[in-house]
Design a protein around this ligand. Structure first.
Ligand SMILES: Nc1nc2c(ncn2[C@@H]2O[C@H](COP(=O)(O)OP(=O)(O)OP(=O)(O)O)[C@@H](O)[C@H]2O)c(=O)[nH]1
Ligand SMILES: [Mg+2]
Length: 446
């Protein structure tokens, strides 16, 4: 779905030395204002198990980045050559597809290019290609300690723009991902590459192919992906922010020796995390019985049961996270037990009861009951994997919190000239406050 696989009929030159199989190509358009960033992605000998298509990369602007300024990145869209380059590349890629159901735009919230230009691209996609599919944005929130003084301005402008234009915003948080790396993967000092792998494991669990019924999976029907995530999690235009939680998170060296259970294990843990607003599996408070987190809609994706039915073959494991280069090789646990045999069919992924999720109190104005589940026999990480995409008040309010920080800075008139210079003046700020206050009020009242 997300990759173009090398043609099976392509003839390969005869060679005496064994050459690695050709890599699949990501159907991803790369956009940046810094050519060196794109060039690194396009390196011919990249360690990734897929490659990017140089024809789908867009180097725009004057080569120096957007200087962590949303307004500067956004203003690039005013330049006709930038707009044309990006829109033509998107159009060409759309035309290569037999069927398209969604766009997925990924960027950080706090920089200049991804946030400013990314918001303009989102509006462009919605204006010109909305008949081709829904548009989901995955955004990365900055560290609250503050890497850049104007990060709240950038994040506020991004969130306000996407709340209007996007069909759904998956908000990822660098700080939460670091806690997951420390507690789940037991990496003492996580690198940005670990944070990215952790986020990729979550989002991959949400959008990698899954199915609505066992029959659909067995018959090879079109799998579910981004469009179904949006349909399941964004039932109302006033609530567009989705959080992704996944389980299990465990050190790579433990995966081979761990067998999880569905009902008392993965599903129970995700349910308790959703009930209490807990983001990190290792921080679950089992004693908390109250529904402290309020959810508008959620979708659960369950994968794997330790075995594949005979009519399914294993697809390429492109979404499987790669090993971090600094992790030690997997070692058996101290008790030296052999790896467990594959689990038997009694824990079939299609038989997992979901009663704990059905007893949630969803808001009455959303109907039908906004809980859905997709499943697949195909393993993801470990023998079982669960991913919960939920549109809930606590993570949404956290993703919206930079707006309050931006308001405080704005009232002190700090750094406003940098934005004014690129077309963001008082009227634009006023709109940000209005959109932000409305969204914060909606989630706050749940
Ligand atoms: N999770 C994650 N966050 C990142 C990564 N790179 C940068 N960030 C975060 O993104 C924000 C900075 O934005 P960038 O994406 O680097 O900025 P940009 O979109 O390239 O914009 P300019 O460089 O200003 O033109 C900060 O909050 C960083 O913490 C990464 O690889 N992973
Ligand atoms: Mg940059």
């Amino acid at each position: 779905m997300y990759f173009r696989h090398p043609s099976k009929t392509a003839t390969t030159p005869i060679s005496t030395s064994p050459s690695p199989p050709p890599k699949p190509t990501a159907r991803a358009i790369l956009i940046d204002t810094e050519p060196k960033v794109l060039n690194k992605c396009l390196l011919p000998h990249s360690p990734l198990n897929f490659k990017y298509d140089p024809g789908l990369s867009c180097k725009v602007g004057d080569g120096g980045g957007a200087g962590n300024n949303w307004a500067r990145g956004n203003a690039l869209w005013e330049r006709e050559e930038v707009r044309e380059q990006i829109m033509d590349t998107i159009r060409r890629e759309i035309e290569r597809n037999d069927r398209l159901s969604s766009f997925h735009i990924i960027s950080s919230l706090a920089g200049g290019t991804g946030s400013g230009l990314g918001c303009a691209v989102t509006c462009g996609v919605k204006d010109f290609f909305s008949s081709s599919g829904l548009c989901m944005n995955t955004v990365v929130s900055p560290f609250s300690a503050g890497e850049v003084i104007v990060q709240d301005y950038n994040a506020a402008l991004s969130m306000a723009s996407l709340l209007k234009s996007s069909d759904g915003i998956v908000a990822m948080d660098n700080e939460v991902a670091i806690r997951k790396c420390r507690k789940g993967w037991r990496i003492e000092r996580p690198l940005m590459s670990d944070v990215n792998r952790m986020m990729a494991e979550g989002i991959g669990g949400a959008i990698k192919e899954s199915y609505g019924s066992r029959e659909d999976e067995a018959s090879g029907s079109r799998p579910r992906g981004v469009a179904e995530l949006l349909a399941g999690c964004v039932p109302h235009q006033s609530y567009k922010i989705v959080n992704v939680t996944h389980a299990p998170t465990m050190p790579e060296s433990s995966v081979e020796f761990t067998r999880d259970t569905w009902e008392g294990g993965i599903v129970g843990r995700l349910r308790q995390m959703n009930r209490t607003g807990c983001e990190v599996e290792q921080e679950i408070k089992w004693g908390a019985k109250e529904e402290t987190q309020k959810t508008v809609a959620s979708m659960l994706v369950l994968r794997g049961d330790g075995g594949l039915p005979p009519n399914l073959s294993r697809p390429p494991t492109l979404f499987e996270p790669r090993r971090s280069p600094h992790l030690p090789p997997p070692s058996p646990p101290s008790h030296k037990s052999p790896p467990l045999p594959p689990s038997n069919r009694t824990d079939d992924v299609w038989e997992v009861p979901l009663t704990p999720f059905h007893d949630s109190s969803y808001p009455p104005f959303i109907s039908p009951p906004p809980f859905s589940c997709s499943r697949s026999y195909l393993n993801y990480v470990g023998d079982k994997h669960g991913c919960l995409c939920s549109n809930s008040n606590l993570p949404a309010l956290r993703a919206l919190s930079p707006i309050a920080g931006a308001m405080r800075k704005h009232s002190a008139r700090a750094y406003l000239w940098q934005y004014e210079k690129h077309g963001v003046g008082e009227a634009e700020w006023e709109e940000v406050w209005n959109t932000g206050t409305e969204a914060t009020g909606n989630y706050g009242r749940l």
